[in-house]
Design a protein around this ligand. Sequence first.
Ligand SMILES: Nc1nc2c(ncn2[C@@H]2O[C@H](COP(=O)(O)O[C@H]3[C@@H](O)[C@H](n4cnc5c(=O)[nH]c(N)nc54)O[C@@H]3COP(=O)(O)O)[C@@H](O)[C@H]2O)c(=O)[nH]1
Length: 707
Amino acid sequence: MQKAAHVSDITDTVDPVFPQTTNSQIYDSFRDNSDLLVLAVVDTCGRVLGLIERHSFNLKMASEYGRALFGNKSVTTMMDTCPLTVEAETPLRDFMQATLAERASELLRGFIVTRDGAYAGVGTTLSILKAMNDDLQDSLLQQREMVSDLIRLSAESERHQSFLNTIIDNIPAMVLVKDAHSRVKLINPAGEDMLGVKRSDVVGKTSHDIFPAEQADTFTRSDRRVLASGEAVMIEEEAIYNGVRQRTVQLKKTVLRGPDGAPDSILTLGIDLTEQKAAEARIAQLAHYDPLTGLGNRTLYTHEIEQALSRVQRHGHHLALHCLDLDRFKTVNDSFGHLAGDALLRQVGERLRLCVRKGDFIARMGGDEFAIIQNIERPEDARCLAERVIEVMKSPFDINGIRLEAGVSVGIALAPEDAADANNLLSRADLALYRVKSEGRNGWCFYHAEMDAVVQQRLEMEHELRTALSEQQFQLHFQPLLNLDSGEVVSFEALLRWHHPHRGMVSPGEFIPVAEDSGLIGPIGDWVLREACRQAAQWPTPWRIAVNISPLQFRDGSLPRLVKDALKASGLDPRRLELEITESVLLADEKHNLKILNTVRDMGVRIAMDDFGTGYSSLSYLRAFPFDKIKIDQSFVRDLPHDQNALSIIRAISDMAEALGVHITAEGVETEAQMEALKAMNCREAQGYLIGRPAAAIEAYAAVKVA
Ligand SMILES: Nc1nc2c(ncn2[C@@H]2O[C@H](COP(=O)(O)O[C@H]3[C@@H](O)[C@H](n4cnc5c(=O)[nH]c(N)nc54)O[C@@H]3COP(=O)(O)O)[C@@H](O)[C@H]2O)c(=O)[nH]1
């Protein structure tokens, strides 16, 4: 009984009647209100005097003469003077039990409800039945609800279970549960995959039933550790062989406790880190290694040199830093394409690996520059390595069937002797490298303190070159070119001279590279062009004038305009002007520079290829542009007349030039024997000290005729 818990819950608060009320009045009340079943008779203080029950009252009143006999009499004559009375706050259950046991029949007549002894209302069997019916309804409803709750909960629990199963089955991590005896209770598909097992084969088994002894021992050890400590254990990386390949995994083992709090199972969650580790290794590789050669890159070099220098500082070690630069890489790259350049760099990397000892470090610093950090005991060790490197680079490289030679220059700085910090050490090794290159390449050199002075001098020279033009310190010298058939001078090459106010004559071989590096070659080259045209226009004989043009004068595309201006200003016939270029002009930006050359040639100016035979692609450039002349480099002429190779090369060039209808000039002719050999090979023009050294004055050549 939940709803009607107390008698008050089923009490009808019917107004009572008083002793002076007549039975007729009561009779009328019952007649007018069919729901009125019981009435209480009370005194003025509310004290209960008796009870009128509708049914028995009406029976009496409705009997023959009933109304006449009792109608005008007081209600007290008809009332039950000892009615069943109960306090309102009595639990209904108690009231029912007591009344049913002792005064059951009275209960049928109805009863009076009092509160603190005073009348509070009436109760009827009907209200009791109603309450009981309500309770019954409630209880049925509750039971129905409980049943549907149970059905819902069980469906929900099933849904939860299948939801959890779906998660566990699809989670990309291993979920493995073992009992306290290390027997597998559950494993998900990711776990099957990770461990290379099948669920049906492992459930109920221990690690030793499933895995090889060593691996099983490892698992069992960690299981015991978790059970003993009762705490979660993270196993950072564990190598697992899953029957196919080794996997790296991260495991987290947790103890699951039973209802009594004792360790019941071990839950192992495992993440497969194999791919992540491989990706990390790949990223580290890319970040620290040169993908082309597999050698360390500049970043790794920076790290390694810092480490090596701190060892030098802490343990008194010594090291040598070798800076390497391939001598002909640019030529290879530009002539045979980047793929050939890449192949060359790869092979260079392989050869370098063969030269170093364990513990030494090689890096590709960029382009064709490499660095080696070598652990040494004495400087002699560094010399040996440099010589070994130069030696291994000597043999030709086979690049897709093409034999290429690419020497190497090596600059060496020692730590702690030359520098104790990375920056200074590198710049000193670079200085030594610069020295090797300026002395003809393909060699090695230790850093010396005076090299700093060389750099200083170079900076000074750059500074002085800036004022040399305005101070009129430049002068042109002219070197004659002789026609070997006629024996007459036919042209002159303009060669720039710098009269330095303190240092005297500075060679163009020395200052032209500085002018090129600093960008001063632009204004200086323009001056040479104008001055050469100006002077040639005044010569008594219409000799041709050849002017050297640096590849850097092609860069901004202004050359055709400068040539035009120089010709216009001097009035020189364009056919008397010859521009000497080296093949590096075509290496640099072939399309752009060919366009410039064609524009200049269209003006009537002649174009000569200087230093022919020294590059890789001299021949291919003869096809790319119709040169008016090629000048055989003096290095071939020097070995005449006895060197068979030089003879064959010059003969081949001469034959080819004849076939192409191009004139050839041999440079650097110093002896009669060389001249005779050249004549015998049908060379028609020569230049060299034998004919005349470069000089400011040319008038003396007006009458020159060599037999
Ligand atoms: N861009 C410019 N380059 C220029 C200019 N003037 C000169 N140069 C280049 O400087 C290099 C050195 O020139 P130089 O010291 O003048 O040497 C030239 C000749 O003196 C030298 N030569 C000539 N005959 C002989 C010889 O019989 N023996 C011998 N050992 N040397 C000789 O050769 C140089 C000329 O070479 P080339 O230009 O290849 O014809 C040099 O590369 C000049 O080109 C300039 O104004 N602009």
